[in-house]
Design a protein around this ligand. Structure first.
Ligand code: ZN
Length: 145
């Protein structure tokens, strides 16, 4: 399925130290009523939690790193789930030796510093996440297939 979009607002923001990264991104999108868009961010975290999806078992395994790490890259998108802005983000983090880790961004990742760029998109029809039996994930539905 796909929808055609046109660019909306562009936003640059700094998130607050100590906040939980994923909920902070969703709160920002909610406050600005951004229902569709892309997110990019860099910065650092004091601890991280991210998931790996086991496709055969259709289950997330969450990894936790309780130490300071750089956000090398956070890429994500914004769409609607249960009528509210929902952020799907993937993050790559680096340690003091330059080693990298990454996965599906989860709650429990605590911000040390974070600079975010958001590109809002406008569309005639919303992108909505609904449960997909095939993958066990909440994927986009609606729009033209
Ligand atoms: Zn993911």
């Amino acid at each position: 399925m796909k929808v055609t979009v046109t660019p909306g607002r562009k936003l640059m923001a700094r998130l607050l130290k100590g906040d939980d990264l994923l909920p902070a991104l969703e709160k920002l999108c909610g406050e600005l009523d951004i229902r569709l868009g892309e997110i990019r961010a860099i910065g650092a975290v004091s601890r991280a939690r991210f998931g790996y999806y086991h496709q055969a078992q259709q289950k997330y395994e969450f990894l936790e790193l309780s130490r300071p790490l750089e956000i090398v890259s956070l890429l994500g998108n914004i769409s609607l789930k249960d009528g509210r802005p929902f952020v799907h983000g993937h993050i790559v983090l680096a340690d003091e030796k330059g080693g990298a880790f990454g996965g599906h961004l989860a709650e429990g990742t605590v911000i040390f510093a974070c600079e975010v760029a958001i590109q809002e998109y406008l569309s005639g029809e919303p992108l909505v996440r609904q449960f997909d039996e095939d993958s066990g994930l909440f994927l986009w539905s609606g729009g033209r297939s």
